[in-house]
Design a protein around this ligand. Structure first.
Ligand SMILES: *[C@@H]1O[C@H](CO)[C@@H](O)[C@H](O)[C@H]1NC(C)=O
Ligand SMILES: *[C@@H]1O[C@H](CO)[C@@H](O)[C@H](O)[C@H]1NC(C)=O
Ligand SMILES: *[C@@H]1O[C@H](CO)[C@@H](O)[C@H](O)[C@H]1NC(C)=O
Length: 377
C-alpha cells in the first residue's frame, strides 16, 4: 500500500565500531547511541542526524515491525554503504518474531477488534506486491525481497544475528554512555532488559517513536481517510505489545517518547528540491523516494531527543501498555498522573513530545543529509 519513511542504517564488517569519544555529554561521559529500527530504503536519516549532532553511533539493529528483521537489517546495511559508513558502524539483526505475537494471532485479533490500516510485517503475504517492490510480510521471516532495495542491495554482511545479546554487551562495556533509540518494535530491547536486569539502568536512556494516545480513537473512528487512520495505527507497539510493556516500564534513566507529536512535519517538493541542491547518494535517494503523504516519524523522534531546547510542547506522565489480548487497545499506551497511577505496578515517568520547532527540524535533517559524516567517526 505504501512505504514508510523510516530510517536505516547498515553495516558490514564484523570488526567495525572504532568508537572514538570526541563528544562528551553534560556528564562528561562519551555520547554513544544504538539505533534499533525497522529500516527501509529511505530510512537512514536518524543515523545521519545522530552523527551530525556529534554522537558516536556504536551500531544499528534491525527489528521486525514494518517488515521482517532480516529484510530491515539488510536495508540498514545498504543505507550505511551508500555513505561508506558500513566500515565503522556494524548492523546486528534482531529477533524474527515478537515475544508472543504471530501473523496468525494478529489476523485473528483483527477480525475480533478491527483491522489496522497499516499491518506492517503481519500484513498477509502477497507475492505479486513483493515482486513489484513491496517488503516481505507474513510467510517465511527469513526470505528477502531484493526488489524492495531501491537504494541497492548491500554488498557487505551483517555483523551478527543476536542483537539483544550484542546490546547487552555494549551497554555493560560502556556503562552510562549508550542511548537506545527505538524507531520500530521493542522486541530486542525487551529481550535485552530480561537478559540483563541492569541493562536499562546502565544506558543513557530510551528514545521512542510510537505510542499514540487519544487520537487513536479519533483517527480510527471519525470517518477520516484510511491514510489519516494510518498515521495512528501504532504498529511499533501493536505488533509486539508485551515487548513494548517490558521496555517502556524498565528503569531507563530517562524515556522520551514521540507519539502524537511525531505526526507534525511532512516533506514537500520544495524541501526535497532544496535538499538535492547538494548532491550525494543520500540527498538523491531522498529526493526520488520520499513519500510526501507520510510524516517524518522516526526523524522527529530523534530530533526531539537531540535538541530538547527545540521541543515546544511536551507532557510528562506515567505510562503503561495494554497487554490484554482480548482488549481492542492491545498494544496501546495508557497515561496516568502520579496521584492515580496503579499501585501494584512500577511504571516509569516519560517525557511525551507533542510539538517541536518544525522549521529548525527541517534545517537539521537537511544538513545531516547534505553533509554526512565519514568513517572513521
Ligand atoms: C573519553 O571520555 C572519557 C570520559 O569523559 C575520558 O575519561 C577519556 O579520557 C576520553 N578519551 C579520549 C581519548 O578522549
Ligand atoms: C564512497 O567511496 C567510494 C569509493 O572510494 C567513492 O567513490 C564514493 O564517492 C564514496 N561515497 C561517499 C558518499 O562518500
Ligand atoms: C497483492 O498486491 C497487488 C499489487 O500491489 C495488488 O494488486 C493485490 O490486490 C494484492 N492482493 C491482495 C489479496 O491484497
Amino acid at each position: 500500500m505504501h512505504f514508510s519513511n523510516l530510517v536505516l542504517a547498515g553495516a558490514a564488517v564484523v570488526a567495525a565500531a572504532a568508537a572514538t569519544n570526541t563528544t562528551a555529554g553534560d556528564d562528561g561521559k562519551p555520547r554513544k547511541m544504538i539505533l534499533d529500527n525497522d529500516w527501509a530504503s529511505v530510512a537512514f536519516l536518524p543515523i545521519l542526524q545522530a552523527l551530525d549532532a556529534g554522537w558516536d553511533v556504536v551500531g544499528v539493529v534491525g527489528d521486525t515491525a514494518d517488515s521482517w528483521s532480516l529484510q530491515t537489517s539488510l536495508h540498514a546495511l545498504a543505507g550505511l554503504e551508500l555513505g561508506n559508513l558500513s566500515s565503522c558502524i556494524p548492523v546486528h539483526k534482531g529477533a524474527d518474531y515478537p515475544l508472543l505475537n504471530t501473523p496468525e494471532l494478529f489476523q485473528l485479533w483483527s477480525t475480533l477488534h478491527g483491522k489496522l490500516p497499516w499491518e506492517g510485517a503481519f500484513a498477509p503475504e502477497n507475492a505479486t506486491a513483493e515482486q513489484m517492490g513491496g517488503e516481505p510480510t507474513s510467510g517465511d521471516p527469513r526470505r528477502i525481497s531484493k526488489a524492495a532495495f531501491f537504494e541497492g542491495f548491500p554488498k557487505g554482511q551483517l555483523a551478527g544475528e543476536l542483537a539483544a545479546a550484542w546490546m547487552v554487551e555494549q551497554v555493560r562495556a560502556n556503562p552510562g554512555e549508550i542511548l537506545i533509540y527505538s524507531g520500530g518494535a521493542f522486541t530486542n530491547i525487551a529481550l535485552a532488559v530480561r537478559m540483563d536486569p541492569a541493562f536499562a539502568s546502565l544506558t543513557r536512556g530510551l528514545v521512542v517513536m510510537g505510542g499514540y494516545i487519544d487520537s487513536v480513537l479519533l483517527g480510527a473512528a471519525t470517518g477520516r481517510t484510511l491514510l489519516e487512520a494510518d498515521y495512528v495505527s501504532d504498529i511499533n507497539l501493536k505488533i509486539d505489545p508485551e515487548a513494548a510493556k517490558i521496555a517502556l516500564t524498565a528503569d531507563f534513566p530517562a524515556i522520551t517518547i514521540a507519539g502524537n507529536g511525531a505526526n507534525q512535519v511532512f516533506a514537500d517538493q520544495q524541501f526535497l528540491d532544496e535538499l538535492v541542491e547538494v548532491k550525494n547518494p543520500y540527498t538523491t535517494l531522498l529526493h526520488e523516494h520520499t513519500d510526501l503523504t507520510l510524516p517524518y516519524w522516526d526523524e522527529l523522534a530523534m530530533y526531539a531527543f537531540l535538541y530538547p531546547e527545540h521541543v515546544t510542547k511536551s507532557a510528562t506522565f506515567y505510562l503503561d501498555v495494554d497487554t490484554a489480548w482480548s482488549s481492542p487497545y492491545y498494544g496501546n499506551i495508557i497515561g496516568y498522573q502520579k496521584a492515580l497511577k496503579p499501585a501494584a505496578q512500577k511504571l516509569q515517568k516519560v517525557n511525551y513530545v507533542l510539538e517541536v520547532d518544525g522549521d529548525n527540524f527541517k534545517d537539521t535533517i537537511k544538513r545531516a543529509a547534505q553533509y554526512p559524516k565519514k568513517c572513521p567517526l
